[in-house]
Design a protein around this ligand. Sequence first.
Ligand code: HEM
Length: 555
Amino acid sequence: QKWFNPSFPKNIGSILLGTLWLVVSFLLLCCILAIVSALRHWLVHSYRWLFTPCYRKIPFAGKPQQLQWWRYLFYGHSSYAAVMASPNEIARWFLQTRTKLHSYLFSYCFMFLAPRIALVSPEAAKHVMVKNVRNYVKPPMVRQGLSNLLGNKGILLAEGDDHARQRRIILPAFHFDALVHLGPIFRAQGQQVVQRWLNRPEEAIDVHLDMTQVTMNVIALAAFGYDPNTDSGQELYRAYRDIFTQRPPSRMLAMLFSLLPSWLLQSMPLSRLLRRQQSNVRLVKKKVTEIVQKRREEYEALLVKDSNAMGKSTTNRDLLDMLVAARDPELEKKSSHLPYLTDEEITSQALTFMAAGQVTTAVLLSWTLFELSIHPSAQEKLRQELQTMETTLSTQDITEMVQHLDKLEYLDVVLHESLRLHPPVLFITRQAVQDDEILGFPISQGAIVNIPIVALHRDPEQWGPDAESFRPERFLSSDKNNVVIQRHAMAWLPFLYGTRACTGQRFAMLEAKTILFELLTKVSVRLQPGCEVKGYGMVSVPRDVRLQVVDLHKE
Ligand code: HEM
């Protein structure tokens, strides 16, 4: 009786129904997993082909084995090939992948699997920088990041005819004869920093912090003629310093935010740091606009008095003066081109010089002092060259001194070698306007190419087996080790080449030479024992380099 249950058939029904439900759920789960897996496979291996057909024909770096697929979908190869890695890691990854794929061009993925093409050969870089330069423009995401800060009227963001026009007007301001007038500014800043160092002999120097301050002062005085140490200069100086020295909450966030348009940034509930960053940018833009307007008024008042002053800088006191006065006589003949810069364009240029010229030169000086601190023989050789010049120089005229400094051979090669191992700009990114071909590989319209400067600078094919070592002599034509290596003319490209090369190259080199002269003839530097040096960032900033300074006159 007990075992007899009249609801038995009904139970069977529900058991069968339950089993069926389980089977269907299981099958559904399998289907979902299969779809996810197929989607994942498609995303990881084939998705990039959708965008631009040429990626199919270029060897692909492949998913790094050690990276989980979801991290890969998010970061792509950024952990190896972008600012999320250190400059050393970036260089190694590009060179190793080139060797693995036996190809100077290969494709890889940026964040969210956005495809990129790496050009790991100076010849391929030459194609983009020189041979077909007009076909390669800054991609929207790079423009976005820069225009948030610089406005979008300056030379760095201009393209095509507008860029050529601006460059023609600006270049005379960077001519050597114009730059030597800035010698006293460079020298005074060098003297100030060495004095600070001598006043606190026991203290280990955070070299990047000090070099940042020096180059900020230099650019403030040389670009705008305002002294950051006066009251009126303080506000602008502080805002500007904040923009470039604040550490973002994470590099990942900083990268993401630099890509977002300013209208979106403004409407987002931002962190305190980002809000401060934005208000600093607004303040810098407002102040710089005011300075430009004042200079324009001064210049126009002068023209009323003396019409012959048209097109000539009246004082040569700073870059801004030269820009306000600049007129291109060739462009004047063409009615289609404005032969001078508008106020908005000058404001953007001034901001560009601050952004492009300050951080980069601070990085150059910091890495150079770091390398000299761990290579005492190179430091001594350089000091001897500087001291010989100092004692043989018959004049106190700073302009003449700067001219002599510019001709010193060892000083020049030390800076070349420092820029080779630690190029401040690690890579540049460009987008093809039209279909093209590089080294036999097709490049479709819209494809994004990347020149990893930092990897090209450490390429053993160009620099020999000691490519990773600091050896300034490699740039001397008399160096016997160079005979074996046939180096490409553009293997060294920290400032790029061609019509998009850095306009401030001579400015930066003169500034660095004058400041090194002031420092190394007064002090010697050595790395603090136990100091662990890290370099990272879009511009390779040397973090935590601490130096011990020895007063040469007390040794
Ligand atoms: C060691 C120092 C410097 C390095 C390594 C450097 C490097 C570069 C690089 C790689 C570019 C090309 C960027 C691109 O097109 O994506 C560039 C452009 C530029 N740099 Fe420099 N730079 C330095 C110093 C300076 C200084 C001191 C100034 C001005 C005072 C300056 C002004 C500019 C300008 C205006 C451009 C835009 C040129 C154009 O697009 O035609 N740079 N720089």
